[in-house]
Design a protein around this ligand. Structure first.
Ligand code: C2E
Ligand code: MG
Ligand code: MG
Length: 790
């Protein structure tokens, strides 16, 4: 998704850098600690299996093998046997004879003599071994050389056959020659290969020279004349022990445990075949590998096309494979050895760490993403908010989202989410658009918007709304959506609530983030204060006069409640009545108003005015058994009104809600002397026909039909027909919301019975109301009193 590009790219780079340096550190530690050397060893062996090569065949071994030991006289063999063997070899045309067999001790003189004579007689000097020996002279360790017998030495070259095993028992290194007690000697292999080379320097034996390709002759076959001339003619021949019982065996890298003589021949073949390899330093190879990966990662980072980038783990793996392949190729064609151990450790560690980091990041991302749409979720936004607690959150709520998306498949819904987010992203600038909930999105507003204050917000949301003028395409559907916006500083919840508030109020946007929370708190406080308010006079009743059209006199009025709270201020009934209704506390208030109405009615009667006062009864109270009983007993106490009496106004929806119990309650109320009025007629579903059977005497036409009566033809028709039909059915008609003389005149013409509204008089305190009782219609005069209106 393009809108997560920035952060994803940065995260990508951070992970690569972290993995890079961790891997490099690990490789360096392994190199310094020497652990890498062991790995290099194993790696070298593995690579060497691809380089196995045959021996030249020019060096032949005469094996002192198990078969010879069995066939020939008891061990150690008389020296005459060796004399016969070399004489035979010489006869067969061997170019050179060498021994990896010690001749430093005297044996039977006759036998030694035979050996010496044979050595003297053959055409080429024989190569005989010298060994280095450690002797103890008291506390001192003395190094000495053990040489062949003097009589043998005369016609022989001497070569050192010392080998030094590595800790693992293998013999990797072999010397060109050694100096013992000041005497330099070439090594046996060097002498066979005629290489020269510097004394006291080593070379690495090539373990890939296959011992099986070194020609071998069994000693006994040679002695008994079973060796053909071409097996040895022109070749160098080395005598050595191969019988297991004689020991002298060493582990080799590729071919298991081999006799010492094989090691010597492998060493000689290494020299003859020029298989000594130069070796690059491991730290250099590591440095090159690190530079290579590092520079590719950097270059790749500069290229902005995220999608074209190769995954760094894959890249490192590829580099490792390429490096390995290159080294293997080099193993074949050249004599350079590239130690790859550290570099491969580096690459492997990089891949492992990079993948682990990516996996962790992915898990984290999943936690922070709405999986269906791929959009970041509320958790992701909350995380940003933790870092910038003062950031301004804007929220968009799609009206009727559930209905809109109901027709879409799941994929279409996700597409819809993305399409909406894409539009909103214009407002989010560089930032992301978060999907908070179904149909609810949020983002952080830009600093410019914030700087613009309320104006800025207004502008931003106006343009935001315009973004949704064109329908949104999702899942082959073109859908028109309406959005409401909300905003709050530092709280997603409040911003979302504000958008909800905007929706409820039909506003484009709302910044009143905590409005809903306050509303809940407000309700709680209202309820808490109700009892006290009823007791201490914070709740009062005002009276709005009703004009009798026929007489032009004020003989009735409506009781309207007022709450002037010392703490909450003046509260409109439109605000607190619904709260009380919802919390089932409306009964107390209603009884309070009813008692007040009765008291005032009696007061007026005492003053000689027969008036009727109307009390509003909430619809739900009609089905409240205990309320109805209390109301009935209030009426009983009140007694039959002398005249006028009390009207109970119920909204037209009441009879519809629960017609049986409403009808019964209204009937009981009527029986005790109440007059029944249907309030706000025309705003609901009720028709006069339907209301016909109800025990009501009066219909109050809602203000909405009266307000434009003079100009609106439709309202005129509605009011006219309602009045006519109401009269036909025996109802009296009251018009609410009469604000002008023209309206009053129109109503008079239409035959309306009573008029109520600001033109007649505003709701007012009892004293003001009492003063106008019985007055004839003189609205001008009443208007003068409006100042006293509540
Ligand atoms: P309602 O019963 O329809 O009362 C008439 C409302 O219209 C009153 O609002 C009144 O002040 C207002 N009004 C009167 N003449 C005019 C006019 O010429 N123009 C305009 N624009 N408005 C006019 P109020 O007093 O704010 O009461 C609002 C509603 O609260 C009442 O509507 C009624 O439903 C309810 N209410 C008031 N007192 C009580 C009560 O004691 N018990 C119950 N249950 N509801 C009450
Ligand atoms: Mg009313
Ligand atoms: Mg009304």
């Amino acid at each position: 998704m393009w809108f997560t590009k920035v952060s994803r790219a940065t995260r990508d780079t951070q992970m690569s850098a972290a993995a890079f340096f961790a891997a490099l550190t690990l490789a360096i530690l392994l190199g310094v600690s020497g652990i890498a050397a062991g790995m290099e060893h194993g790696l070298r062996d593995a690579r060497d299996t691809f380089r196995i090569a045959p021996a030249t065949g020019n060096i032949v071994i005469v094996e002192i093998d198990g078969r010879s030991l069995q066939a020939l006289p008891q061990w150690p063999w008389p020296r005459g046997l060796y004399a016969d063997a070399i004489t035979e070899l010489d006869r067969l045309g061997a170019a050179q004879i060498a021994f990896d067999v010690e001749f430093s001790a005297r044996s039977i003189p006759e036998q030694d003599l035979r050996m010496a004579q044979a050595l003297a007689q053959i055409s080429q000097p024989t190569i005989l071994p010298t060994f280095r020996q450690q002797n103890r002279a008291g506390a001192k360790v003395v190094i000495s050389e053990s040489l062949p017998l003097e009589q043998f030495r005369k016609n022989a070259f001497l070569a050192s056959v010392n080998v030094q095993a590595a800790p693992d028992g293998r013999i990797d290194l072999y010397s060109f020659g050694e100096t013992t007690n000041g005497t330099p000697r070439p090594s046996l292999a060097n002498m066979l290969a005629h290489t020269g080379g510097e004394v006291d320097t080593n070379f690495r034996i090539d373990p890939a020279i296959d011992p099986a390709t070194i020609p071998r002759i069994s000693f006994v076959d040679l002695i008994e004349g079973r060796v053909a001339r071409d097996q040895v003619a022109g070749k160098q021949v080395v005598f050595g022990n191969t019988a297991i019982e004689l020991g002298d065996r060493y582990p080799t890298a590729l071919f298991g445990v081999q006799p010492g003589v094989i090691v010597h021949v492998q060493a000689a073949e290494t020299l003859i075949q020029s298989r000594i390899r130069a070796e690059a330093p491991a730290p250099l190879v590591l440095t090159c590998a690190a530079l290579l990966l590092g520079s590719i990662l950097l270059a790749r980072n500069r290229a902005n096309t995220v999608r074209r980038r190769m995954n760094p783990s894959v890249l490192a793996s590829v580099l490792a494979v390429v490096l390995l392949a290159g080294a293997l190729a080099l193993d074949q064609v050249s004599w350079v050895y590239l130690p790859l151990g550290l570099a491969l450790v580096f690459f492997a560690a990089f891949v492992a760490e990079r993948s682990a980091l990516a996996m962790i990041a992915n898990l984290e991302e999943e936690r922070l993403t709405n999986m269906a749409s791929g959009l970041p979720n509320a958790r992701a936004m909350q995380r940003v908010l933790l870092r910038k607690p003062d950031a301004r959150v804007a929220s968009a709520r799609i009206a009727d989202f559930a209905e809109i998306t109901a027709m879409l498949e799941a994929s279409g819904q996700a597409e819809m989410d993305r399409a909406i987010a894409r539009r909103l992203s214009v407002l989010a600038g560089e930032g992301e658009v978060y999907r908070i909930n179904a149909g609810v999105f949020a983002w952080f507003t830009s600093d410019a918007v914030e700087a613009g204050g309320r104006e800025g917000l207004h502008e931003a949301f106006a343009s935001a709304r315009a973004l949704f003028n064109a329908p949104i395409e999702a899942g082959a559907e073109r859908l028109r959506v309406v959005t409401h916006f909300g905003t709050s500083k530092g709280s997603i919840e409040h911003a979302v609530d504000a958008s909800e508030l905007a929706r409820k109020r039909g506003l484009a946007w709302s910044a009143d983030a905590s409005a809903l929370h306050e509303e809940t708190q407000y309700r709680q406080r209202l309820l808490g204060e109700l009892d006290e308010a009823l007791a201490n006079g914070a709740i009062t009743v005002v009276f709005q006069p009703k004009l009798a059209m026929a007489t032009g006199a004020i003989q009735s009025g409506e009781c309207l409640v007022r709450w002037n709270s010392p703490i909450l201020g003046v509260i409109s009934p439109a605000d607190f009545i619904p709260v009380l209704e919802e919390k089932n506390r409306i009964d107390d208030l209603t009884l309070f108003v009813l008692r007040e109405a009765m008291r005032r009615q009696r007061e007026a009667a005492a003053a000689g005015h027969s008036i009727n006062l109307a009390v509003n009864i909430s619809a739900q109270l009609l089905s409240d058994e205990s309320f109805v009983a209390q109301l009935v007993s209030e009426f009983a106490r009140f007694g039959q009104p002398v005249s006028g009496g009390i009207t109970l106004e119920v909204t037209e929806s009441a009879p519809l809600q629960d017609s049986a119990s409403a009808r019964e309650a209204l009937t009981r109320m009527r029986e005790v002397g109440a007059r029944i009025s249907i309030d706000d007629y025309g705003t609901g579903q009720a028709t006069l026909n339907y209301l016909q059977g109800f025990p009501a005497q009066e219909i109050k036409l809602d203000q909405s039909f009266i307000r434009d009566l003079v100009d609106d033809r439709k309202d005129q028709i509605m009011v006219q027909s309602t009045i006519d039909l109401a009269h036909a059915l025996g109802f009296e008609i009251v018009a609410e919301g009469v604000e002008t003389q023209a309206t009053l005149d129109a109503l008079a013409k239409l035959g309306c019975d009573y008029a109520q509204g600001w033109h007649i008089g505003r709701p007012m305190a009892w004293e003001s109301f009492a003063a106008i009782l019985g007055a004839s219609a003189a609205p001008e005069r009443e208007q003068a009193r409006e100042g006293k209106a509540a």
